[in-house]
Write a protein that binds this ligand. Structure first.
Ligand SMILES: Cc1cc2nc3c(=O)[nH]c(=O)nc-3n(C[C@H](O)[C@H](O)[C@H](O)COP(=O)(O)OP(=O)(O)OC[C@H]3O[C@@H](n4cnc5c(N)ncnc54)[C@H](O)[C@@H]3O)c2cc1C
Length: 258
């Protein structure tokens, strides 16, 4: 079975998020990391491969430095990586990103395309649906338990009232939640081995994508203005001079919270 896991490089959780005022986009020049639920998706793909054989490919659309995050997936055990990186793709919104990613996936002809549930920088939780629509494949999202059996995939997801169990024929697209597994840490051998695994960086032209459908040219949304959230009013800073607990209780009582 061939599995392609779509992953995104996001700013490292410890980095300070900054919007570039010149472009109104997130400044991605700092330290990057593999998006958290994408690590769950990589783990799930590796478990499926270990049980059933096949190949695990990680694919991403992003800047050239996103290759560092793809290496983490390779170090975990993925077989090869594919990055679509092109100046013409910069500024892609959901529509443009889904177009480029779907073009890259068409080349791969995977049995199963896995996604994380959402990215920690844009938090859209929609890209998988847009890509599945472009590929005209069935899709199951929010999957906390995944079974691939013969020609079909079954996903179990938690709802407010119990579980949904959804089956679909392969080839299919699945987005996994972080409840699905506990990802492994890359071993030292895995980290060393990742350096020699095949890693392709392709341009839009090389995947047969039209430049005018990518980047800002192909985007349907634009950010007009951004501003920091308004400061929260009614804040009290309590210095602990030994009476902080007492002051805190008084303040909560005053607010009728006790
Ligand atoms: C006006 C505008 C400009 C933007 N400019 C840029 C930009 O210059 N650079 C940039 O990186 N983003 C940019 N974005 C954000 C980018 O378009 C989104 O990241 C993209 O639409 C995916 O949405 P999301 O991040 O909310 O992902 P979600 O829908 O939350 O992601 C779900 C899953 O999709 C997969 N995924 C997400 N993104 C990718 C990807 N790029 N490659 C492979 N798999 C992926 C992961 O598995 C992830 O867990 C821009 C957005 C807007 C609105």
């Amino acid at each position: 079975m061939k599995i392609v896991v779509c992953v995104k490089q996001v700013p490292d959780a410890t980095s300070v998020r900054r919007i570039d005022p010149a472009t109104n986009r997130l400044d991605r020049s700092g330290e990057g990391a593999l998006n958290a639920t994408d690590v769950n998706a990589v783990e799930e793909a590796l478990r499926l491969k270990e049980a059933q054989g096949g190949e695990v490919v990680v694919a991403s659309v992003g800047p050239a430095k996103a290759v560092d995050s793809l290496r983490k997936a390779l170090a975990m055990g993925a077989d090869r990586a594919l990055l679509v990186s092109d100046d013409e793709a910069a500024g892609s919104d959901l529509v443009a990103t889904s177009y480029v990613l779907a073009k890259a996936l068409e080349r791969e002809e995977a049995d199963l395309v896995l996604f994380g549930q959402q990215s920690s920088d844009s938090d859209g939780a929609v890209l998988w649906a847009a890509v599945a629509d472009r590929l005209r494949r069935p899709m199951v999202s929010q999957v906390a338990e995944l079974t691939v059996d013969g020609g079909s995939v079954t996903g179990k997801r938690q709802t407010e009232f119990g579980y949904d169990v959804i089956a679909a024929p392969l080839p299919a697209v699945v987005a996994v939640s972080d409840a699905i597994n506990e990802p492994r840490y890359p071993s030292l051998k895995g980290i060393m081995g990742a350096k020699s695994k095949p890693t392709e960086t392709l341009t839009l032209a090389e995947i047969g994508a039209e430049a005018e459908r990518a980047g800002t040219a192909g985007s349907r949304t634009s950010v007009i203005a951004l501003q920091p959230p308004p400061a929260k009013g009614d804040q009290v800073k309590i210095e602990d001079d030994g009476s902080a607990a007492e002051k805190l209780v008084d303040w909560l009582a005053e607010k009728k919270l006790l």
